[in-house]
Design a protein around this ligand. Sequence first.
Ligand SMILES: [Zn+2]
Length: 431
Amino acid sequence: MYIAVDDTDSRSGMCTTYLVFPLIEEIEKSGLDVIGYPRLVRLNPNIPWKTRGNGAIVVRAGKGYGRKFKIGEYKGEELWAYEKGKNIMADISIRSLSRYFILEDENTNPGVVISLRKLPESLYWKGVRYILSMEYVEKILDNYGARIYKFKNGRGVIGASAAIAWKARRYTYELLTYLPRDRWKKERWVDERSVIAMDKKTQSTFDNYDYRNKYVAIKPHALTPVLFGIRGLDPEELIRAKDMVKSDAYEGWIIFLTNQATDDHIVRRRIGEVRPYESVRLRGTVSKEPKVIEGGHVIFAITDSSGEIQCAAYEPTKEFREVIKKLHMGDDIEVYGGVRKEPFTVNLEKIRILRLKKIKVKVENPICPKCGKRMKSIGRGKGYRCRRCGIKVGEDSARYEYLDREISPGWYEVPVIARRHLARPIKLMEC
Ligand SMILES: [Zn+2]
């Protein structure tokens, strides 16, 4: 069976991923094994009512067989999972989970879904790219005989269902470490130099440290049970990476299989067909020059034959804005980013410059062919005249040079400090 939980935390505390520990405890109590890595599934990042990272967790339980591997540790106990298994339905105490729900937060609406069978994959794609309605999801859950547990409006049922439906066609891993309960609301310490050393020594981890902004990205900025989380492609290397990081003591760690860094949220669209709350990939030509607005945000527009849309590199994207400022009208680019309803703007995650427009700039007026004096412009587009001889020449007699564009075709992305969970880093684009 698949047990999924979503929408249990709040901006002020907790983390849904922590529930993996009481959940595994319950699974083992009922005599079942954990099958495969627990999963952390991020869903549509643009929906307005998300709690924090908009991630649901799923654990598969049943009778395990095949290779057995370590997935974590908790309070001195090793946690194991089997590679394969047969799903078995059992009773799980929801109460042991619900004591961690932040029900007093008005935006927290936990949901738990238990299903013997995997849910249809379309539910995942709709959950990661669009907005699912409770009615639609409940109809499917009903057809599949899934059990649901709602707290308050129970909106978490939607994300939990979408998470069960994830087939992991593309995936990465994240190893998370957790503080003991009495430290959840306190300041914590992760040694910056050890994170840099780990980043340099490991091959398959990513988004550990932002060198330019001197930012330790493995440490969440909110005070939650999570001490740090390391992302990567190889679970074995993540375990070694964890041991390279010097930090406060933690009481548990776990490896999740996740859809982070997969770009699964991105849909390819024509510009005129973009709808709010989607994350899109658009090809177009720059149609409005980038300009810096109040707050340091950089705004421009792109167009194709179907329409025009505004794009933004907001202040938190730091040095990425310097690239955007160098774009000019006529450049062909591809943009990736999320769109909200208000403002209806692509919030850029990365861009690919396909072709830079050659821009001619006049460096000198022409020289009079008769007397050798510098000629004067008659007016925009009208050519030049010699004041002394009265000779006229055309506009193209002036000396022009191509503008040094300072950027070249290729990929550019927001720095690690501004990276979204689902956005695929350029370094992984070929994987
Ligand atoms: Zn002259």
